[in-house]
Design a protein around this ligand. Sequence first.
Ligand SMILES: Nc1ncnc2c1ncn2[C@@H]1O[C@H](COP(=O)(O)OP(=O)(O)OP(=O)(O)O)[C@@H](O)[C@H]1O
Ligand SMILES: [Mg+2]
Length: 241
Amino acid sequence: MIEVQNITKRYTAKVVAVENLSFQAKAGEIYGLLGPNGAGKTTTLRMLATLLEPTSGTLTVAGFDTKRQPEDVRRTIGVVNGGMGLYDRLTGKEILEYFAGFYNMGKQDTQKRIAELSDALEMNELLNRRASEYSTGMKQKIVIARAVIHNPSVLILDEATNGLDVVARRAVLEFARGYKNSSRVVLYSTHIMAEAEELCERAAIIDHGKLIAQDTISNLKQKANTNNLEEAFFRLTKGVA
Ligand SMILES: Nc1ncnc2c1ncn2[C@@H]1O[C@H](COP(=O)(O)OP(=O)(O)OP(=O)(O)O)[C@@H](O)[C@H]1O
Ligand SMILES: [Mg+2]
């Protein structure tokens, strides 16, 4: 579903954010993209989302090339990144309707989809309140619902639980778990190892833009000779494993 092949992203002569990175994520899995601050996670996800072009290398999503078929890629993915950017004066429902319009979804489809997402994310009556009244957790639920309004087969989550309390965080993890199925994949980027351990089958660990390791979570731990993923992450990125 997701194929990243030998990508390099050079922002300036001095800053190489991603270097020769390759990994693949298959339908039916939640794939982790793990790395410390500045590792190149967001840069990689932005290239997958067609928001940035790689300096070299190729990225394909569901068979579509990000460079040659950017519109097909955009139709296929849903992206949750740091920014919330909700229109404060609109209600959650209006925001979702507005985005459904971008994908030319019909009225009935839109209402059906909003009802489904309202159930899945437990948004219910809050959908009819204005976004300015929402808690951070509720805002993030709208951001996630907005990202998947068009039922994309690829969901990209970049630090999607940042700043959320336990309850809201749990809701996001549950949603990610419920989202993947045999024809969908979730790419989950985080530096929180407990979340990766809980959610992901496989993961790539990157640091300074380079791939450090890529494997199942249990093999990554085995490689680093520990049964704690955080410790494995530390050992692998410090090169002491
Ligand atoms: N627009 C830009 N121009 C120049 N350098 C950039 C730009 N965006 C990111 N970088 C640099 O590229 C590197 C990778 O950044 P990136 O945001 O992809 O990392 P990240 O893994 O998402 O980190 P974090 O965990 O802090 O979100 C960093 O060194 C960063 O300073
Ligand atoms: Mg980032």
